[in-house]
Every structure is written in structure tokens, then in C-alpha cells.
Write a protein that binds this ligand. Structure first.
Ligand code: SF4
Length: 414
């Protein structure tokens, strides 16, 4: 490996980390201030945003320890057979970089992942050493998110949880067949075994903390995982069912969905085109329906078409409501909370405010309109004191009428 200075390594290893969605905010335009125009950049190296356990948005230094890897996962730009420029930080370099970024107020924490060098155990030792040194040698109190390696010794993985706020283990692909085909060196059972061990340790840590205030914390922000969408033939239905199983079995805080993006020098077994970004967005919306709106996974899957794919032009809650119109309209003055949560256009906060307000008076359509962005979207699905949709819910063109207007793109936009 050629000798590189810290800046060059940072450019390579921050860029290589961008494929990990576990703390990413995506979808922004590329802008920079090169050439003296303006100030700021959306493409700077290595800083991304994540939500802390208390809901604050924080900036993290997001890097890999190295982008060299002895594995050859087809979908990964860092795989052994990839022709990318390689770099490697020492544990001490990552520690110093984190501290100096922190002191300059650039970041509030670190997100560290790595390709696998020498062996899973050696790599995990290096990752843990970064967190250990930050916490023990430098009394670093910022946020740390560590990617752990399922094939590493469980003792080492456990150590990661002692120093990190959050740990994550990527399941990578939604199905076992997909994993076998695209990441043949990875083992679904081992990944799940590591997640199970992590859940037990997190539960035990939380329990000990309740009993003894001085007990050391263990990954207080829990564990998360990431699934790549569109690299294999898994449908949205497969992904939703898999995510739900992972939430149930391993009490995950989050499942992140990352639309597969064709990488330079891609393997021939991968699709040539990335799935629409909207697919990733619809999966996040489905995830919210299960976590906050009381939808069962089977119900979200029922909103999909015969091939198991969710519609891209409307959100999954609206798709479900249009398919199960016999459940509507819902009377906002009488319906239980769980049914109000099913009304397209009504969010959790709006539902709670409806329930609080209707104790005092009967709500009219205008009252509901003040709680939502678009009353047009929910009119066909509700009954209010002064509103009943009559035949609106049965219209065959209802989907067309409720679909968000498509945006005309500018022909010569930059
Ligand atoms: S083990 Fe991780 S870094 Fe290595 S090729 Fe697979 S996905 Fe990429």
C-alpha cells in the first residue's frame, strides 16, 4: 500500500464509508464552494448526521478503519477483487482524528466501520481499540457507533458494546439465498447469532443499570442493522417480513434500507441499474407503519401488488386504505385510536390531538384540516360533525385523484 498522508486517507476512507446507510442522511444536492464561490459544501469528507438516543441530530465523523478486505461480497466497492485505491488508518490515527475534529467542534461523535483485514478477530480488535482508547485514555464522552463483525470472537464483539453507544451488525441482504449468492463468505446464521448475543448483553446491561447506578452501560442506544435493497431479487414484501422478524427477535432500534447503487468496477452478477430511490423511501414508510402505526407486517405486505412490490406513486398507508376501502370512512369523533392511525394523511401527533380535542366537543372537517398538510387526502376516508364523504370512497378514480402531483423537471436544470 503506498504511503498516504492523513488527508488522503481521510478522503478515501470517508468516501468508502458513504455506502453504509446506518447513520446517513441522504437525498441532498451536491454543492460545494470550490473556486471561491459561496461558503460550505455538502460533499465534505467524513461528516454525516445521525439522531442521538435523545432525538438530537448530531454530526459524526463517519469513516472506515480500512477499505481493504479479505472478503469478496459482490455488492461492495471494498471487496477483495475491486480495483479501488486502498488506505488504512491505525487505531491511534482514528483516535487523534476524532479528538481533533471534536475539539474544533466539527463533530459530536464517531461512526466507525471497517473492511476485514487479516482476520475478523484482528479487525474487531482494532475497532475496539479505537473506542477503548477514546473512552479510557482520553475520557471521550461523545457518541460512538461501532460496526461489529459477526465472525469475530463474541468476547470482542461484547467489548465493543462496553465502549459504544450503538452497535450494528449488517444482515446485508433480505434473504438467505441473496446472501449466499452475493456474499458467499458471510453466514446468515452467524450474523443472527451475533445479533442474538448482542441483544442478550444489551438487555442484561439495561437490567444491571436499573439495579446498580454504577454498573457500566452496554450499548445504551441499542443495535441496528442495514439491508441492501435492489441488489438481489427480493421483493418489498420479502424485505418488510424480514425487517419485522429482526425487530421482534433482536429488539433492533432501527433497520436501515440502502438502495443498492451500482459501484465502479461492478461484479457481473449485479443489476446494472440502481432501484428507484423512491423504493427505499417507501420501505422506510412501511417500517414506520409497523413501528408507530400498529400495522402488522402482513397488512403492510397486503398493500403491495401481486409481485410483492409497493406502489411507488403513492405511500403504503394510502395504498392499504385504497385496497381495504370497506374499513372506511372512519368517524373522527368516535373511532378508536388504532383506526384513526390508519387514515391516510393523519400522523401520530394529529391522531393524539384529535383524541384530546374530541373529549370537549365534536370535531368538524375544518378542525381536522388544521392538523394535517392536505385535507384533500383524508376527506374520502373520514366522517366529521359536518362532513360525510358519500360516494367518494367508492370512486374508481380515487387513486388518481389522491396521487401527489408529478413534478415537471426543468429541461435545462443544472
Ligand atoms: S466484508 Fe464488508 S467490507 Fe468486506 S467485502 Fe463484504 S461488505 Fe465489503
Amino acid at each position: 500500500m503506498p504511503r498516504l498522508d492523513t488527508r488522503e486517507k481521510l478522503a478515501i476512507l470517508a468516501d468508502a464509508a458513504k455506502y453504509d446507510a446506518s447513520c446517513a442522511s441522504s437525498g441532498t444536492k451536491k454543492r460545494d464552494s470550490a473556486g471561491g464561490k459561496g461558503i460550505g459544501s455538502t460533499e465534505g469528507m467524513g461528516i454525516c448526521h445521525a439522531y442521538a438516543p435523545d432525538g438530537r441530530c448530531i454530526s459524526l465523523l463517519k469513516i472506515l478503519l480500512t477499505n481493504s478486505c479479505i472478503f469478496d461480497c459482490h455488492y461492495c466497492i471494498n471487496r477483495k477483487s475491486s480495483n479501488v485505491r486502498r488506505a488504512r488508518f491505525t487505531a491511534e490515527e482514528v483516535v487523534q482524528l476524532t479528538l481533533s475534529f471534536y475539539r474544533r467542534n466539527y463533530i459530536e461523535g464517531l461512526f466507525l466501520s471497517s473492511g476485514i483485514i487479516r482476520s475478523p478477530n484482528y479487525t474487531m480488535e482494532q475497532i475496539v481499540e479505537v473506542a477503548r482508547s477514546l473512552r479510557e485514555d482520553h475520557d471521550f464522552r461523545g457518541y460512538i457507533h461501532l460496526k461489529t463483525i459477526p465472525d469475530a470472537d463474541p468476547e470482542l464483539v461484547h467489548k465493543a458494546g462496553l465502549y459504544a453507544d450503538r452497535v450494528s451488525i449488517n444482515v446485508e441482504l433480505p434473504t438467505e439465498q441473496g446472501l449466499k449468492r452475493l456474499a458467499p463468505e458471510k453466514d446468515g446464521a452467524r450474523i443472527e447469532g451475533a445479533m442474538k448475543g448482542m441483544k442478550a448483553a444489551i438487555d442484561q446491561g439495561a437490567d444491571e443499570k436499573k439495579r446498580f447506578r454504577s454498573a457500566p452501560g452496554f450499548a445504551p442506544a441499542g443495535q441496528s442493522t442495514q439491508m441492501i435493497v435492489g441488489a438481489d431479487g427480493a421483493s418489498d414484501g420479502d424485505i418488510i417480513k424480514r425487517a419485522s422478524t429482526l425487530y421482534d427477535r433482536f429488539a433492533l432500534r432501527r433497520v436501515y434500507y440502502s438502495a443498492f447503487s451500482p459501484i465502479p468496477d461492478a461484479s457481473a452478477v449485479l443489476p446494472l441499474r440502481r432501484p428507484p430511490l423512491m423504493r427505499e423511501h417507501r420501505l422506510y414508510q412501511s417500517d414506520w407503519l409497523m413501528r408507530f402505526y400498529g400495522f402488522k407486517p402482513g397488512e403492510v405486505v397486503a398493500a403491495a401488488d401481486d409481485t410483492g412490490m409497493l406502489p411507488l406513486d403513492i405511500d403504503p398507508k394510502l395504498a392499504w386504505a385504497l385496497k381495504f376501502r370497506e374499513r372506511f370512512p372512519v368517524d373522527v369523533n368516535r373511532a378508536p385510536r388504532e383506526m384513526l392511525l390508519r387514515v391516510p394523511g393523519l400522523g401520530v401527533k394529529a391522531v393524539d390531538r384529535i383524541i384530546a380535542s374530541r373529549r370537549w366537543r365534536r370535531l368538524r372537517l375544518g378542525d381536522i384540516a388544521r392538523l394535517t398538510v392536505s385535507v384533500a387526502k383524508l376527506r374520502p376516508f373520514i366522517v366529521a360533525a359536518d362532513w360525510r364523504p358519500t360516494a367518494l370512497i367508492d370512486r374508481v378514480d380515487l387513486q388518481q385523484r389522491l396521487k401527489p402531483a408529478t413534478e415537471q423537471l426543468e429541461l435545462f436544470a443544472a
